[in-house]
Ligand binder design. Sequence first.
Ligand SMILES: O=C[C@H](O)[C@H](O)[C@H](O)COP(=O)(O)O
Length: 310
Amino acid sequence: MSTMATPQLTVESAKRLAAYRAVDEHFPPHARHIGIGSGSTVVYVVERIAQLSREITDPIVFVPTGYQSRELILRAGLKLGSIDMHTELEVAFDGADEVDPYLNCIKGGGACLFQEKLVAVCAKKFVVVADYRKLSPSLSTHYAPGIPIEVVPSAATYVLARLTALGAVAPVIRMGGTAKAGPCITDNGNFIIDAPFPDGFIPSSSSSSRLSPSKSISPTSSSIAIDASAVGMGGERVGGLELLGKEGGHPGAAVGMGVGANEKVEDLARVLKGIVGVVDHGVFWSGDRKPLVAYFGMENGKVETRVLHT
Ligand SMILES: O=C[C@H](O)[C@H](O)[C@H](O)COP(=O)(O)O
């Protein structure tokens, strides 16, 4: 008896599958304003949209999340808008670097997180497209660089220290790469800090939302509940209580919360946002915007969806 091996899809094919399915299922029939995110998976979103008839796409203004998606829109011959002119979008499609079982995401691997978040919060529906590598039991587990954080350049050193006090392991200012000496500069003229946290440091958390997965992953880590309204970290002021940060030399120590205590996603998101000099961070959570649905192209050629029920 011969056994037929399931063909393994390339990552690019998996991205395309997810993107096409997302567009097919969420492109609004009479759309007027659509957000287009950043990254390599969104390329296939635009590719699929460009296959629609001009009768459908001509009346639509496409709002990019940065320079890269602006170029994608223009090259596809679609009508370009901007988020400062169009703040009500029917849907926004975007990629993600890591997605936990409750659809909390890490984004910003391409340094576009701030405008991505802005576009996402302006969209009635936020749809994420990704490949199987992005599925994760908890944030900062599979995506090695950790949480991307956009910072005002003059505050970068301070923010690095605060992140270390919070438990980040060797956070770094992202460099521009071979074609750019010095730091990577965002579309808003800021720096990006990449802050990895230890595996399981940020247990997935449903917040107030339930997930209805096609197949969900069980969270593996347990959460120590923290009342972020009462507990500050890293010397930042949260809920009116100022605390000192790193204690006893232990990375991750924060006065009042216990050494190395795990953060729930929402607690960490709030604290990161509160650090002076942080413009925004790449955690997309229920306090700003989680995707309503995420599509994952799988190695076996299928597409998995995860849907959020609020
Ligand atoms: O800043 C970049 C974005 O958040 C991207 O959407 C994210 O990095 C995913 O990109 P890709 O689809 O290339 O994996």
